[in-house]
Structure formats: structure tokens, C-alpha cells
Write a protein that binds this ligand. Structure first.
Ligand code: HEM
Length: 166
């Protein structure tokens, strides 16, 4: 079998020995992984609503963007609270640099989508061009946060439950 970086480094093997099971899960399914789909989809929907408003000038898309941004923000706050619990409670998650990279990208995303929602509440006319620009930036950061979150599960095996069931 080939040698891995973990075989050579005492620091990496100490990290590899720590628990990476989810601490906030239902029947072994991490709640954070189930919750993140909502802010991701709603942030992309906000960008879609803004593009349709830009294209059609129909005020329906202003209202749709306001609601999508608000729900994207509050569902992201909820998902982030659960993600933060995982980060603080599980030693193997806390010890991995990838977890902190994901958390920083996620916090950037939450800040952008929160600003985007607040801007629309205060001044609906600010959607073009500032709201649209924030929606595009939010979509980029949801991608970055989602990519790094996926790495935690797919590359590091965080929260994976190997079942004896067939
Ligand atoms: C400070 C905030 C956050 C922290 C500390 C955090 C932490 C984590 C952790 C520990 C995991 C591994 C799975 C688990 O143990 O539950 C994870 C997965 C993931 N996170 Fe976050 N997270 C945060 C916010 C977010 C946000 C706002 C998003 C949405 C953009 C997000 C998207 C993801 C995705 C897509 C996964 C992989 C889920 C899957 O593949 O099923 N996270 N996160």
C-alpha cells in the first residue's frame, strides 16, 4: 500500500486520530448538512429574481427578491448556528484547517446575504445595481462555502456514519 502524508507526520496523525462524528444529528444524519440546501437555493433564487427584474422591470421580481434574500439570510443563520456547534463540540472538526476555511467562507456569505436583505428592506430601488451586485457576490460565496463544506464530508469523512445495515 502507498505511503500517505499522515504516515510521515506526527501532527497529521494526531489530527487523524480525533473523532469526526457529527454531534448535532438525527439518527446519524448531520442536521447542518440537511439545512444548508435552503440558504444555498434561496441565495441563487435571489440572483435569479434580480436578473428577471433587470430584464422585465416587473415589480413582482422586486418582492420575490426581497423574500428570497430574507429567507436566505435567516436559514443561513440557522444552519450556521448548527455548523458552529459542530465546530466547537467535535475535536476532529475543530482540529482541521479545512473546517475553519469553510466557516470563514460561510460567514462571508451570511454577511453578504444579510446586507443584501437589509438594503432591500430599507430601499427597494437600490436593487439595481447594488442589490444585483450583492446577489452575484452572494452566489459566488455560497459556491465557495458549499465547496469547502463538501470537502469536509467527501475528503475528510466528517459526519459519515458507516452502517452495518445492508
Ligand atoms: C460558521 C458557520 C458554519 C460552520 C462552522 C460550518 C461547519 C460545517 C461542518 C462541521 C460541516 C461537516 C458536516 C457536519 O458535521 O455537519 C459542514 C458541511 C457543509 N456546510 Fe457548513 N458550516 C457553516 C455554515 C455553512 C453555510 C452558511 C453553508 C451554506 C452556504 C454551509 C454549507 C455546507 C455544505 C454544503 C456542507 C456539506 C454538506 C453535504 O455535502 O451534505 N455551511 N459545515
Amino acid at each position: 500500500m502507498s505511503k500517505t502524508a499522515t504516515d510521515d507526520s506526527p501532527v497529521l496523525s494526531a489530527v487523524a486520530e480525533k473523532d469526526i462524528g457529527s454531534a448535532v444529528a438525527v439518527a446519524g444524519h448531520p442536521i447542518h448538512a440537511m439545512a444548508v440546501h435552503f440558504p444555498i437555493a434561496l441565495a441563487v433564487a435571489t440572483l435569479g429574481a434580480d436578473v428577471f427584474y433587470w430584464w422585465s422591470a416587473d415589480p413582482f421580481w422586486l418582492r420575490a427578491g426581497l423574500w428570497a434574500a430574507g429567507f436566505a439570510f435567516w436559514t443561513a443563520v440557522g444552519a450556521s448556528a448548527v455548523g458552529t456547534l459542530e465546530l466547537l463540540l467535535v475535536p476532529g472538526i475543530r482540529a482541521r484547517a479545512a473546517s475553519w476555511t469553510h466557516a470563514i467562507a460561510a460567514m462571508m456569505f451570511v454577511s453578504i446575504i444579510g446586507l443584501n436583505w437589509g438594503l432591500r428592506l430599507a430601499d427597494p430601488d437600490a436593487v439595481l445595481p447594488l442589490g444585483l451586485a450583492l446577489s452575484a457576490l452572494g452566489a459566488v460565496f455560497t459556491g465557495l462555502a458549499g465547496w469547502h463544506g463538501g470537502k469536509l464530508i467527501l475528503h475528510h469523512g466528517v459526519g459519515i456514519m458507516v452502517s452495518d445495515d445492508e
